[in-house]
Write a protein that binds this ligand. Structure first.
Ligand code: FE2
Ligand code: FE2
Length: 271
Protein backbone atom coordinates (compact mmCIF):
# COMPACT_ATOMS: atom_id res chain seq x y z
CA UNK A 1 0.00 0.00 0.00
CA UNK A 2 1.39 3.39 -0.98
CA UNK A 3 0.40 6.41 1.14
CA UNK A 4 1.10 10.08 0.51
CA UNK A 5 0.88 12.85 3.07
CA UNK A 6 1.00 16.53 2.07
CA UNK A 7 1.84 19.29 4.58
CA UNK A 8 -0.08 22.46 5.41
CA UNK A 9 -1.79 23.81 2.27
CA UNK A 10 -1.10 27.54 2.33
CA UNK A 11 -3.56 29.94 0.71
CA UNK A 12 -4.62 30.12 -2.89
CA UNK A 13 -1.19 29.07 -4.24
CA UNK A 14 -1.29 25.87 -2.20
CA UNK A 15 -4.91 25.12 -3.07
CA UNK A 16 -4.19 25.57 -6.77
CA UNK A 17 -1.18 23.22 -6.64
CA UNK A 18 -3.22 20.52 -4.92
CA UNK A 19 -6.10 20.85 -7.38
CA UNK A 20 -3.83 20.88 -10.45
CA UNK A 21 -1.24 18.27 -9.48
CA UNK A 22 -2.78 15.77 -7.11
CA UNK A 23 -4.94 13.85 -9.63
CA UNK A 24 -1.94 13.17 -11.90
CA UNK A 25 0.33 12.27 -8.96
CA UNK A 26 -2.20 9.74 -7.69
CA UNK A 27 -2.01 7.93 -11.01
CA UNK A 28 1.70 8.42 -11.75
CA UNK A 29 2.94 7.27 -8.34
CA UNK A 30 0.24 4.64 -7.81
CA UNK A 31 -0.99 6.20 -4.58
CA UNK A 32 -3.53 4.13 -2.66
CA UNK A 33 -4.39 6.79 -0.10
CA UNK A 34 -3.69 10.52 0.29
CA UNK A 35 -3.90 12.60 3.46
CA UNK A 36 -3.57 16.40 3.20
CA UNK A 37 -3.16 18.94 5.99
CA UNK A 38 -5.47 21.83 5.11
CA UNK A 39 -5.17 24.10 8.15
CA UNK A 40 -3.92 27.19 6.26
CA UNK A 41 -5.81 26.95 2.99
CA UNK A 42 -8.03 30.00 3.67
CA UNK A 43 -5.37 32.73 3.31
CA UNK A 44 -3.42 31.04 6.10
CA UNK A 45 -6.36 30.98 8.48
CA UNK A 46 -8.11 27.65 8.64
CA UNK A 47 -10.13 25.87 5.98
CA UNK A 48 -13.70 26.52 4.91
CA UNK A 49 -16.23 23.95 3.73
CA UNK A 50 -15.96 24.84 0.03
CA UNK A 51 -12.17 24.55 0.11
CA UNK A 52 -12.34 21.25 1.99
CA UNK A 53 -14.70 19.88 -0.70
CA UNK A 54 -12.24 20.99 -3.42
CA UNK A 55 -9.39 19.13 -1.74
CA UNK A 56 -11.44 15.97 -1.36
CA UNK A 57 -12.54 16.23 -5.00
CA UNK A 58 -8.91 16.63 -6.13
CA UNK A 59 -8.01 13.28 -4.55
CA UNK A 60 -7.45 13.74 -0.81
CA UNK A 61 -9.00 10.82 1.07
CA UNK A 62 -8.63 12.60 4.41
CA UNK A 63 -7.95 16.25 5.34
CA UNK A 64 -6.34 17.07 8.69
CA UNK A 65 -6.33 20.49 10.34
CA UNK A 66 -4.27 21.91 13.24
CA UNK A 67 -4.22 24.82 15.68
CA UNK A 68 -6.06 26.85 12.98
CA UNK A 69 -8.81 24.21 12.71
CA UNK A 70 -11.73 26.53 13.39
CA UNK A 71 -10.46 29.90 12.13
CA UNK A 72 -13.17 29.60 9.46
CA UNK A 73 -16.43 29.42 11.36
CA UNK A 74 -18.27 27.18 8.91
CA UNK A 75 -15.80 24.38 9.71
CA UNK A 76 -17.49 23.97 13.09
CA UNK A 77 -20.64 22.70 11.39
CA UNK A 78 -18.99 21.11 8.34
CA UNK A 79 -16.67 18.85 10.35
CA UNK A 80 -19.71 17.25 11.99
CA UNK A 81 -21.13 16.31 8.56
CA UNK A 82 -17.89 15.34 6.78
CA UNK A 83 -16.03 12.45 8.44
CA UNK A 84 -13.09 12.83 6.03
CA UNK A 85 -12.02 16.03 7.84
CA UNK A 86 -10.18 15.60 11.16
CA UNK A 87 -9.12 18.18 13.76
CA UNK A 88 -6.47 17.54 16.41
CA UNK A 89 -7.73 15.05 19.02
CA UNK A 90 -6.48 17.31 21.84
CA UNK A 91 -7.72 20.63 20.33
CA UNK A 92 -10.31 21.16 23.10
CA UNK A 93 -12.76 18.98 24.99
CA UNK A 94 -15.68 20.95 23.51
CA UNK A 95 -14.46 21.03 19.90
CA UNK A 96 -16.78 19.63 17.21
CA UNK A 97 -15.60 16.75 15.02
CA UNK A 98 -13.06 14.06 15.82
CA UNK A 99 -9.28 13.70 16.00
CA UNK A 100 -9.04 10.16 14.64
CA UNK A 101 -11.00 7.74 12.49
CA UNK A 102 -10.52 4.47 10.64
CA UNK A 103 -11.12 4.87 6.89
CA UNK A 104 -11.80 2.00 4.52
CA UNK A 105 -9.91 2.88 1.33
CA UNK A 106 -9.59 0.38 -1.52
CA UNK A 107 -10.41 -2.48 0.86
CA UNK A 108 -7.76 -1.48 3.39
CA UNK A 109 -8.34 0.04 6.82
CA UNK A 110 -6.32 3.20 7.44
CA UNK A 111 -6.33 4.83 10.88
CA UNK A 112 -5.55 8.55 10.69
CA UNK A 113 -4.84 10.45 13.92
CA UNK A 114 -3.90 14.07 14.50
CA UNK A 115 -2.50 15.47 17.76
CA UNK A 116 -1.13 18.85 18.78
CA UNK A 117 2.14 19.23 20.68
CA UNK A 118 2.65 21.41 23.75
CA UNK A 119 6.02 23.14 23.24
CA UNK A 120 6.01 26.75 21.94
CA UNK A 121 2.31 26.62 20.97
CA UNK A 122 0.04 29.63 21.38
CA UNK A 123 -2.45 27.74 23.56
CA UNK A 124 -2.06 24.99 26.15
CA UNK A 125 -3.13 21.58 24.88
CA UNK A 126 -3.47 18.25 26.69
CA UNK A 127 -0.39 16.06 26.61
CA UNK A 128 -0.48 14.05 23.34
CA UNK A 129 1.51 10.92 24.30
CA UNK A 130 -1.14 9.27 26.49
CA UNK A 131 -3.80 10.17 23.90
CA UNK A 132 -1.79 8.38 21.20
CA UNK A 133 -1.17 5.47 23.55
CA UNK A 134 -4.89 4.95 24.06
CA UNK A 135 -5.70 5.15 20.32
CA UNK A 136 -2.79 2.96 19.18
CA UNK A 137 -3.56 0.28 21.81
CA UNK A 138 -7.11 0.06 20.51
CA UNK A 139 -5.95 -0.24 16.85
CA UNK A 140 -3.13 -2.77 16.56
CA UNK A 141 -1.20 -2.49 13.31
CA UNK A 142 -1.60 -5.48 11.02
CA UNK A 143 -4.64 -6.84 12.88
CA UNK A 144 -7.24 -4.17 13.72
CA UNK A 145 -6.01 -1.87 10.94
CA UNK A 146 -3.79 -2.21 7.85
CA UNK A 147 -2.01 1.14 8.24
CA UNK A 148 -1.75 3.99 10.74
CA UNK A 149 -0.85 7.59 9.92
CA UNK A 150 -0.13 10.07 12.73
CA UNK A 151 -0.01 13.82 11.95
CA UNK A 152 1.80 15.51 14.86
CA UNK A 153 1.14 19.23 14.65
CA UNK A 154 3.61 21.27 16.66
CA UNK A 155 6.49 23.71 16.63
CA UNK A 156 9.35 21.87 18.34
CA UNK A 157 11.38 19.36 16.33
CA UNK A 158 12.33 17.61 19.59
CA UNK A 159 8.71 17.01 20.57
CA UNK A 160 7.85 15.67 17.12
CA UNK A 161 10.85 13.35 17.15
CA UNK A 162 9.80 12.05 20.57
CA UNK A 163 6.30 11.34 19.23
CA UNK A 164 7.86 9.50 16.26
CA UNK A 165 9.85 7.18 18.52
CA UNK A 166 6.88 6.79 20.91
CA UNK A 167 4.87 5.40 17.99
CA UNK A 168 7.73 3.43 16.39
CA UNK A 169 6.57 -0.06 15.49
CA UNK A 170 2.91 0.85 16.15
CA UNK A 171 2.26 3.29 13.28
CA UNK A 172 3.06 3.06 9.58
CA UNK A 173 4.02 6.75 9.47
CA UNK A 174 4.45 9.67 11.84
CA UNK A 175 4.76 13.01 10.08
CA UNK A 176 5.06 16.49 11.55
CA UNK A 177 3.23 19.61 10.41
CA UNK A 178 2.86 23.27 11.47
CA UNK A 179 6.29 24.86 10.87
CA UNK A 180 5.82 25.11 7.06
CA UNK A 181 9.50 24.23 6.53
CA UNK A 182 10.29 20.70 5.31
CA UNK A 183 12.98 18.87 7.25
CA UNK A 184 15.56 16.58 5.61
CA UNK A 185 15.25 13.60 7.97
CA UNK A 186 12.80 11.29 6.17
CA UNK A 187 13.61 7.77 7.38
CA UNK A 188 12.20 4.46 8.53
CA UNK A 189 12.77 4.29 12.31
CA UNK A 190 14.31 1.11 13.86
CA UNK A 191 11.00 -0.63 14.59
CA UNK A 192 9.47 0.16 11.18
CA UNK A 193 7.64 3.49 11.35
CA UNK A 194 8.29 5.96 8.51
CA UNK A 195 9.08 9.37 9.97
CA UNK A 196 9.59 12.98 8.88
CA UNK A 197 9.90 15.78 11.45
CA UNK A 198 8.06 18.29 9.27
CA UNK A 199 6.38 17.71 5.93
CA UNK A 200 6.74 21.40 4.99
CA UNK A 201 3.90 23.40 3.49
CA UNK A 202 2.20 23.20 0.13
CA UNK A 203 2.82 26.86 -0.64
CA UNK A 204 5.06 29.46 -2.26
CA UNK A 205 8.56 29.18 -0.76
CA UNK A 206 9.50 32.70 -1.93
CA UNK A 207 7.90 33.88 1.31
CA UNK A 208 8.17 33.82 5.09
CA UNK A 209 6.46 30.49 5.93
CA UNK A 210 3.93 31.11 3.17
CA UNK A 211 3.21 34.80 3.77
CA UNK A 212 4.32 37.61 1.45
CA UNK A 213 7.79 38.59 2.73
CA UNK A 214 7.35 42.34 3.19
CA UNK A 215 5.23 42.53 6.33
CA UNK A 216 6.88 39.69 8.27
CA UNK A 217 10.32 41.19 7.62
CA UNK A 218 9.07 44.64 8.65
CA UNK A 219 7.71 43.28 11.92
CA UNK A 220 10.96 41.47 12.71
CA UNK A 221 13.06 44.53 11.85
CA UNK A 222 10.95 47.28 13.40
CA UNK A 223 8.70 45.48 15.91
CA UNK A 224 5.78 47.39 14.35
CA UNK A 225 2.74 46.19 12.43
CA UNK A 226 1.74 48.07 9.28
CA UNK A 227 -0.45 45.68 7.33
CA UNK A 228 -2.15 42.32 7.65
CA UNK A 229 -0.19 39.28 6.59
CA UNK A 230 -1.11 38.20 3.05
CA UNK A 231 -0.30 34.80 1.53
CA UNK A 232 2.46 34.69 -1.10
CA UNK A 233 0.96 33.91 -4.51
CA UNK A 234 3.87 32.48 -6.51
CA UNK A 235 3.91 28.86 -7.64
CA UNK A 236 3.60 26.47 -4.73
CA UNK A 237 5.73 23.42 -4.03
CA UNK A 238 3.74 20.40 -2.87
CA UNK A 239 5.70 19.07 0.11
CA UNK A 240 5.21 15.89 2.07
CA UNK A 241 6.08 12.21 2.22
CA UNK A 242 5.29 9.04 0.27
CA UNK A 243 5.43 5.77 2.23
CA UNK A 244 5.26 2.19 0.98
CA UNK A 245 3.52 0.12 3.66
CA UNK A 246 4.04 -3.65 3.97
CA UNK A 247 1.31 -6.20 4.67
CA UNK A 248 2.10 -6.06 8.40
CA UNK A 249 1.47 -2.30 8.37
CA UNK A 250 5.09 -1.22 8.89
CA UNK A 251 6.98 0.93 6.39
CA UNK A 252 9.09 -0.57 3.65
CA UNK A 253 10.51 2.73 2.39
CA UNK A 254 9.69 6.43 2.26
CA UNK A 255 10.53 9.38 0.02
CA UNK A 256 10.14 13.11 0.56
CA UNK A 257 7.76 14.87 -1.85
CA UNK A 258 8.75 18.21 -3.44
CA UNK A 259 6.69 18.87 -6.55
CA UNK A 260 6.58 22.15 -8.47
CA UNK A 261 7.76 25.62 -7.51
CA UNK A 262 11.10 26.51 -5.96
CA UNK A 263 11.81 23.29 -4.02
CA UNK A 264 11.00 20.83 -6.81
CA UNK A 265 13.02 17.62 -6.86
CA UNK A 266 12.59 14.00 -7.93
CA UNK A 267 9.84 12.01 -6.21
CA UNK A 268 9.33 8.30 -5.54
CA UNK A 269 9.64 5.80 -8.38
CA UNK A 270 6.50 5.10 -10.44
CA UNK A 271 4.62 1.91 -9.64
FE1 FE2 B 1 -0.43 25.10 12.73
FE1 FE2 C 1 0.26 25.50 9.35
Amino acid sequence: MRLMFLGDVMGRAGRRAVAERLPALRAEWGLDAVVVNGENASSGRGLNAAQAKEMLAAGADVVTLGDHAFDQKDMMGFIEQEPRVLRPENFAKAAPGKGWRVYEIGGRRLLVVQVLGQVFMSRTYDEPFSILERILRAHRLGTAVDAVLVDVHCEATSEKMAVGHWCDGRASVVVGTHTHVPTGDAQVLPKGTAYLTDAGMCGDYDSVIGMDKTEPIRRFVTGMTKERFAPALGEATLCGLVVDVRRDGLAEACWPVRVGGRLAQAGPPAR
